[in-house]
Write a protein that binds this ligand. Sequence first.
Ligand SMILES: O=C[C@H](O)COP(=O)(O)O
Length: 251
Amino acid sequence: MHHKPVIAANWKLNHGPTDAKAFLQRFLAQAPKMNDRTLVFFPSAITVTTVVDGLRERPDIWVGVQNVHSEAQGAFTGENSVLMARDVGARVVLVGHSERRHVFGETDEMTTKKMALICQARLVPMLCVGETLEEREAGATASVVERQLTAGLAELDDSQAAGIMLAYEPVWAIGTGRTATPEDASAIHSVLRAALGSRLGEKAAAGVPILYGGSVNRGNAATLLSAADVDGLLVGGASLDADSWASIVRS
Ligand SMILES: O=C[C@H](O)COP(=O)(O)O
C-alpha cells in the first residue's frame, strides 16, 4: 500500500447544516490533525458548504458529495452537477453507492458516465461496488464486483483510473449490523486489486485505496482496517455521532 488509510463518513440523509456545525465542534475537539490518514466527510449536498466552512482550518480533512448527476448540466430538476460539487469545495464524489443502485435504480451505464465527468472535473471518484445477499449466495460476488468496476473504469484513461478510490460494500452488510469478516473483506479486496492490476499494472493498482464499508463501528474498525488489502473504511451509521466517529478515525 502506497497511501494513507482513508477513513470516510457517509452521512446519507442525515445532518443538516445546524447538526453538522454541532457535530464538527464536538468532533474537531477530539480529532487533532492526523498526518497518517486521510479523513473524508460526505454530507448531504445541502450541508456541504457548512462542512467546508467548518473545516477551513483543517485542509487535512476532505469533503465530498454523495452523488452527482450523470449529465453535466441541463433540465434535470433536483439534481446536482459535478461542476457544482467542485464549485462548493468538494474534492471527492461517491459513485454507485448501493443505495443509489438499489433504491434509485442507478445502472452501470450511469456510473460509467458519472466516473468520466468526475475525472474530467479533476475530482476524485470513490466508486462503490458490492453484491446483494442473493448474488453472494449464488457465488456471484467476484463477477458482480468485477462488472461494476469495469463499468466504472470504462471511459477513464489509465491515469484517471489510477487516481480513483474504490469502496467494497457488500449490500447485505450495509446498515444491518452484519459485518463482513476481515477475511471476507480481504478476499474481495484482492479480487478488486487483481482486476485493477490487469487494467493498470500492479504498481498503479497498489496505489488505489480500497475501502471496506458495511456496519463498521468503533468495536470492529481497527480489526477491519488491519485486514490484508483493506486501505480504509466507509462508514454510515457509526459516523453520525461525533464521539463514535472520533473513536473510529483513531483506529
Ligand atoms: O456508505 C456507507 C455504507 O453504506 C455503510 O453504511 P453502515 O455503516 O450504516 O452500514
